[in-house]
Design a protein around this ligand. Sequence first.
Ligand SMILES: Nc1ncnc2c1ncn2[C@@H]1O[C@H](COP(=O)(O)OP(=O)(O)OP(=O)(O)O)[C@@H](O)[C@H]1O
Ligand SMILES: [Mg+2]
Length: 213
Amino acid sequence: MIRLEGVEKSYGHTKVLNGITFEVKSGEFISVMGSSGSGKSTLLNLIGGMDRPDRGVIWVKGENITSYSDEQLTLYRREKIGFVFQFFNLLPAITVYENIQMPLLLNGIEDRRKVLDLIRRVGLEGREDDYPHQLSGGQQQRVAIARALVHDPEIILADEPTGSLDSQTGGIIMGLLKRLVEEAGKTVVLVTHEYSVAKYAHRRIRIRDGVVS
Ligand SMILES: Nc1ncnc2c1ncn2[C@@H]1O[C@H](COP(=O)(O)OP(=O)(O)OP(=O)(O)O)[C@@H](O)[C@H]1O
Ligand SMILES: [Mg+2]
């Protein structure tokens, strides 16, 4: 599903990724571990088409996304990828329902049942008209997970999804994420520096000194 070959990325004179090669199979849930500053978020942004590598190739479903135009990359991001972030990244001025609906709207789809179904599956029934600030951190992350899944992307990228939650809430969120993605057969790349989070994945890799070790 995803294959990186010799991916390199520098910022200024700092080489963050120095030849990353690995593969993620369809339906696989992998975690990428590594210390702070090791390039985990950089790597996720490259896979998600939010940034481009300096060198190397990223294959997704047999297509070389590094050869995509900006327009193709935008479409790729919008259709194929669901993102979950550490600080949820919900839009504060719109409701839970509207936040979850957003990826559908960006793809020109309207599907009220799908939005309501996901709200129910993440356990937020009755909160659809609330605003993000009215929710706890764990509840906000449930909204973000529903938002990441609503447009049925094949790939879920999660960057420290429990990093701003207490460990108990984090455990609940990871269990929910794992169940939802396994039920739906999604491919997941999760980035974390915590083993207690990484252990939810089927397989773990580690970035150290710019390479997979
Ligand atoms: N846009 C940018 N401009 C300049 N330097 C950057 C940029 N993004 C990341 N870096 C640098 O690249 C290195 C890797 O950053 P990255 O955010 O990928 O690390 P990380 O493993 O996700 O760390 P953390 O666990 O703290 O989130 C860091 O040294 C960081 O300062
Ligand atoms: Mg990071």
